[in-house]
Design a protein around this ligand. Structure first.
Ligand code: 8Y4
Length: 257
């Protein structure tokens, strides 16, 4: 899953605010690099970020979705707002990537009224404050229990099991140790056989371990992606698609016959 960031943040070096043409070009580069799907996000979910209005999010998102129609890969839209989900699905998105795991009022219904896939991600707190004081007694058990509960809520709302993916939400209300514990135990995290999506690319946990700024985290990102794949991740949400694919190709080529 190749990241296409439509937010004005420059922190990850891929801010594409309001520049539809640049975003489209970036999306096409991600596809050429081998992305099997794109994750398009118009609201920043970085720690400390303030929410974006529905109008702003739609203004950034819809032109990009329209231009990418027929681009050859499915489009996931990163949003937790039911109004944005419905608009995105009308404009060709086939997956919703929700950092709130359909907890916003109306989000379950917005997804249930379509046939899209949906990723339910774990987050403790909300982006503005989530990194202030993350707390767990057993992070793996608590994240798994949360995901189990959200899968049940989604199914109760009429969303078929086959449409659901789960994600431990690296960096979302977690300390370095919580993140490492989740990565260590990723293979115990699956719930009811639903595929696991993992996003670690360039995140601060990698910066903390390697003492590298965000622009120098490629090697760490690839190592973490490979580990996650070996521990059962089905979808990797990454900035550097070609490099991540190369690492996976070597793993697969050298796998026991
Ligand atoms: C550098 C670059 C530093 C990016 C931090 C970041 C996930 C996600 C995000 C994730 C799912 C991010 C939208 C945070 N992370 N969706 N979204 N899983 N499903 N930070 O882990 O990339 S945004």
């Amino acid at each position: 899953m190749g990241i296409v960031n439509l937010t004005p943040d420059s922190f990850s070096g891929d801010g594409l605010a309001g520049d539809t043409a640049k975003a489209i070009a970036h999306a096409h580069r991600q596809i050429e690099a081998g992305a099997d799907l794109l994750d398009i996000g118009a609201e920043s979910s970085r720690p400390g970020a303030f929410p974006t209005s529905i109008e702003e999010e739609l203004w950034r998102l819809i032109p990009v979705l329209e231009e990418l129609a027929g681009c050859g890969v499915p489009l996931s839209v990163d949003s937790y707002k039911p109004e944005v989900m419905r608009a995105a699905l009308r404009h060709g998105a086939s997956m919703i990537n929700d950092i709130y795991a359909l907890r916003m009022p109306g989000a379950l219904a917005a997804v249930a009224d379509s046939d899209c896939a949906v990723c339910l991600m774990h987050m403790q707190g909300e982006p503005l404050t989530m990194q202030k004081q993350p707390y767990y007694t057993d992070v793996v058990a608590e994240v798994q229990a949360f995901l189990r509960n959200r899968l049940a809520m989604a199914r109760a709302a009429g969303i078929a099991s086959e449409r659901l993916l789960i994600d431990p939400g690296f960096g979302f209300g977690k300390t370095l140790n919580h993140n490492l514990e989740l990565l260590r135990h990723l293979d115990e995290l699956s719930v009811e056989g639903r595929p696991l999506l993992v996003g670690i690319s360039r995140k601060s946990m990698l910066g903390t371990v390697t003492a590298r700024p965000v622009e120098d985290r490629l090697a760490a990102s690839i190592a973490a992606a490979l580990l996650a794949a070996q521990r059962g991740a089905s979808i990797l949400r990454v900035h550097d698609v070609a490099q991540t694919r190369d690492a996976l190709a070597i793993w697969h080529a050298a796998a026991p016959q």
